[in-house]
Design a protein around this ligand. Structure first.
Ligand code: PAF
Length: 289
């Protein structure tokens, strides 16, 4: 695996591969890699000649400075895991590579409704930051395919919008969420949980499973309230429990029994904020497209 920085070196290397007609699959990450990330590398390998991954803990997407400081970092282990997974190129940019003109005057992206709800509402500015870094990375890597995890469902829709706003021809491939044996979605943030908290965090999956089991056409208020009660039983403090149209993320108060929907949850376990989702009804959830 080539480990490349600065961005000029990456671009020089990629030009050579492009001349040879190679296709590129790109897996952007913030490091602290877990099997979920490595599964993205695996999907990318199957569908492209070359897999490029990046590791950059992007300061502009953290609305909470403490969260940025505490974000787990494990560069050596990440390099080892990517190499083992067969990644071809790791781009390890510096802040200057990503933000050559600094971070004070970055572009604003018209995300409209998508950044007023859910993560957008609870983490103001977060999706602008995600778009800023991904726009820059996409310009540098120019892949055919961009691999994202379904766990960050709203981010997937935001980045679809980014690609359309910026006229990028790349395809977004949304890959299934990987889960621990007890259902907890794999996340770099899980590393910050104490053992007791780690066990209780499974309450998020329990609440999503409950919504799946109880889902019926009609009003959704009671099912959401019951899901909140499940979270509280597990000492999770919810920011939100919502059910939304899976394509537009319009929040729904009732369901017609046909539409593809997504149940989304964000909740704190102690100091650690976790998110998860489930596309429903479950037979709609055929992913890794
Ligand atoms: O999902 C993430 O890890 C990040 O938001 C991303 C897409 C790598 C941008 O920093």
């Amino acid at each position: 695996m080539f480990i490349l920085r600065p961005s000029e070196l990456l671009q020089k290397h990629l030009v050579k591969l492009r001349v040879q007609g190679k296709t590129i699959g790109f897996v952007p990450t913030m490091g602290a890699l877990h099997p979920g990330h490595l599964s993205l590398v695996e999907y990318a390998q199957k569908q492209n000649d070359i897999v490029v991954a990046s590791i950059f803990v992007n300061p502009t997407q953290f609305n909470d400075l403490n969260d940025f400081k505490l974000y787990p970092r494990s560069a050596e282990q990440d390099i080892y895991l990517l190499e083992k997974a067969g990644c071809d190129i790791l781009f390890l940019p510096s802040t200057k590579d990503i933000y050559p003109a600094g971070t004070s005057q970055l572009p604003h992206y018209e995300l409209d409704y998508l950044e007023t709800i859910l993560e957008g509402k609870y983490r103001p500015g977060h999706f602008q930051g995600v778009c800023q870094v991904v726009h820059r990375l996409m310009t540098l890597v120019a892949p055919e395919n961009l691999y994202l995890g379904q766990k960050d469902y709203q981010q997937c829709l935001v980045l679809k919008r980014l690609l359309s706003l910026t006229g990028s021809p790349a395809q977004i491939k949304i890959c299934p969420t990987l889960r621990e044996n007890d259902g907890l979605a794999m996340s770099s943030r899980n590393m910050r949980l104490m053992p007791e908290e780690r066990n209780l965090a499974t309450g998020i999956y329990k609440a999503l499973t409950f919504i799946n089991e109880q889902l019926q056409p009609g009003t959704l208020a009671a099912i959401k309230e019951d899901a909140v009660r499940i979270l509280c039983k597990y000492h999770l403090k919810p920011d939100y429990v919502e059910i939304a149209d899976a394509d537009t993320l319009q929040l729904l108060s009732s369901w017609d029994g046909c539409k593809k929907i997504v149940a989304v949850i964000a909740a704190f376990m102690g100091q650690v904020r976790l998110i998860d989702n489930m596309i429903l009804p479950l037979n709609f959830a055929s992913y890794a497209n």
